[in-house]
Design a protein around this ligand. Structure first.
Ligand code: ZN
Length: 189
């Protein structure tokens, strides 16, 4: 039986993508708390104990229309959760709101095993397909993406305009809500 704890320190994804995951876990990209940032949200995966805070910085035009988003993260947890967050933040750099939403949906198709390859997504993210073979670990891969999706849905309107409320990171941290990903089956992720 595969359990979260038995795989915690000994990931055996059993495919060629394992190396990519481990490399990201060992040297996570964009793992930092930004100096300037208006939006952050925290997500938890109680199944494995993974905790992640995602940050989203918006470069805005004078009229408030978002030019591009940059993301980073902090947190602790298993290798898959850390690697997945690193891959996400590497992908979500200088992207539009619409692109970010598209990437998040595409990534979900990959880590849930619905599709192995997508042309428009960073090659490293394809490594998350290996996780889909281990349903108990999908939550670990999903954590960063689901938390970022929550952030975008709750701090931006449907056209990608940031909502009022959080003036700076301190303000955002005060209002940041912890989302616990429920333990659900692969189909429900
Ligand atoms: Zn985990």
């Amino acid at each position: 039986m595969i359990t979260a704890s038995s795989q915690q320190n000994n990931i055996d994804l059993g495919d060629l993508y394992q190396e990519v995951l481990l490399e990201h876990a060992k040297r996570p990209r964009f793992k930092s708390k930004p100096n300037e940032c208006r939006f952050c949200e925290e997500g938890k995966n109680p199944l494995c104990g993974d905790v992640i805070t995602v940050y989203c910085h918006v470069d805005e035009k004078n009229d408030g229309a978002p030019v591009s988003l940059k993301t980073s993260f902090q947190g602790s947890g298993c290798s898959i959760s850390q690697a997945s967050a690193s891959m996400m933040c590497e992908l979500l750099q200088n992207v539009t709101f619409a692109q970010a939403k598209d990437f998040i949906q595409h990534a979900e198709q990959i880590y849930t095993g619905k599709i192995a390859l997508l042309d428009d997504i960073e090659e490293d993210v394809q490594a998350l397909y290996g996780v889909s073979k281990f349903p108990v670990r999908i939550k670990c891969a999903a954590l960063a993406w689901k938390t970022m999706e929550w952030l975008l849905n709750h701090h931006f309107d449907k056209d990608g305009f940031p909502k009022l409320g959080c003036k700076n990171l301190a303000d955002s941290e005060k209002n940041c809500t912890t989302k616990k990903l429920k333990v659900v089956s692969t189909d429900e992720v």
